[in-house]
Design a protein around this ligand. Structure first.
Ligand code: NAD
Ligand code: MG
Length: 391
């Protein structure tokens, strides 16, 4: 199978290459992309010898090209947003790992779907922003969408065989998304005003990029995942429930009409869903250690506290509001998280900024990509404007 890995230098990208390296007979890397981490990307190119490598900026492309030439590689180095779209839709590529973080991943991920590729979808923001457009384009092009997000991968594995988006037909009652609750599950509410970026990115169970780590701390990550589940499985908001499960061993569950509840379990290591999606419908070694239930000993469950995690509530509201609301929510969240990481916004200010942005941007329909990008632009502009008045 020939692969393009978008976001190869990130947490998911590195885990993907780890699985790929275990199966050289099975996978060939055609293209790797990174944004600014030229050294990491150069090292990955030396190891996997792709035909193409893509970075963000022209000067980084020159630097990378020189490094690869010196290493005796014939890798063609490209740069910019168009190049991401190009390597996501190369005719010789079978599967695209979509692991760019945030809205920047939308266009290349959509391009892979339009080109009818097997799309390994880690970039949840693409579905949150453009769910309707994305799903309809993927269907038309015959693209196979395989979720990488551990919860959605677990749901995919627990859904009826050949599930095609009809919950009633599959006798599926509910989708239960598990959440760890992040680092602040038990922090006294009064102390949340003071938490720092360092505390927020220190996730108890998963090692991830900075943006998704902050999203996990606010539980906006779970909110985005509720929206993602809605689109992937054609599930109404009322049939998607969030369950806090601090051990992160059950990755999600599906509740059936007969009372059966199917779940997927495993150690919290993204190489499991990555290997699942790479090899589906087969199974391959991922390098993940076998689950030791005696070491886990206990599986606990709690109802999420929406006063503690207002972002989760905001995401449900945006999903129910339909139209541009989810794209605006996502845009405001990206602005808020980056302001928090830069210490320009408090932790609790993240939810306030998103709520105010949702109130500020008028409702609109999003029938096509242009409308989605416009909603994203409006959300960012409104969030930046509100932020400037908050601080
Ligand atoms: P990360 O920050 O570790 O990596 C992000 C990647 O995107 C890097 O390769 C970076 O170079 C690239 N990138 C960043 N900005 C870019 C831009 N403007 N243009 C092009 N490329 C850009 O993030 P991650 O944790 O690997 O997450 C990637 C995606 O996967 C996110 O959408 C995240 O929500 C999702 N995801 C991650 C995990 C996880 O365990 N890390 C789990 C589930 C879902
Ligand atoms: Mg997840």
């Amino acid at each position: 199978m020939k692969l393009t890995i978008l976001g190869a230098t990130g947490s998911i990208g590195v885990s993907t290459l780890d699985v790929v390296a275990r199966h050289p007979e099975r996978f060939e890397v055609v293209a790797l992309t990174g944004h600014r981490q030229v050294e990491v990307l150069a090292e990955q190119c030396r190891r996997f010898r792709p035909a193409y490598a893509v970075v963000g900026a022209a000067d980084d492309a020159l630097r990378l090209a020189r490094m690869l030439r010196d290493a005796g590689l014939a890798t063609e180095v490209l740069h910019g947003a168009e190049a991401l779209v190009q390597v996501a839709s190369l005719p010789e590529v079978d599967a695209v790992m979509a692991a760019i973080v945030g809205a920047a991943g939308l266009s290349p991920t959509l391009a892979a779907a339009r080109a009818g590729k097997r799309v390994l979808l880690a970039n949840k923001e693409a579905l949150v922003m453009a769910g309707a457009v994305f799903m309809s384009e993927a269907r038309q092009a015959g693209a196979l969408l395989l979720p990488i997000d551990s919860e959605h991968n677990a749901v995919f594995q627990s859904m009826p065989h050949n599930y095609a988006g009809d919950m009633a037909r599959g006798a599926v009652r509910r989708i239960l998304l598990t959440a760890s609750g992040g680092p602040f599950r038990n922090t006294p509410l009064a102390a949340l005003t003071e938490v720092t970026p360092e505390q927020a990115v220190a996730h108890p169970n998963w090692v991830m990029g900075r943006k998704i780590s902050v999203d996990s701390a606010t539980m906006m990550n779970k909110g985005l995942e509720v929206i993602e589940a809605h689109w992937l499985f054609n599930a109404p908001a009322d049939s998607i429930e969030v369950v806090i499960h601090p051990q992160s061993v059950i990755h999600s569950l599906v509740d059936y009409a007969d009372g059966s509840v199917l779940a997927q379990l495993g150690n919290p290591d993204m190489r499991t869903p990555i290997a699942h999606a790479l090899a589906w419908p087969e199974r391959i070694d991922s390098g993940v250690a076998p689950l030791d239930l005696f070491a886990v000993a206990q599986l606990n469950f709690e109802r999420p506290d929406l006063a503690r995690f207002p972002c989760l509530d905001l995401a449900y509201r945006a999903l129910r509001a339909e139209g541009n609301a989810a794209a605006v929510l996502n845009a405001a969240n990206e602005i808020a998280v980056s302001a928090f990481l830069d210490r320009r916004l408090s932790f609790l200010g993240i939810a306030d900024l998103i709520a105010a942005t949702l109130d500020a941007v008028p409702q609109a329909a999003v029938p096509d990509l242009a409308a989605v990008l416009e909603a994203d632009r409006q959300g960012r502009a409104a969030a930046l404007d509100i932020l400037s008045r908050m601080s």
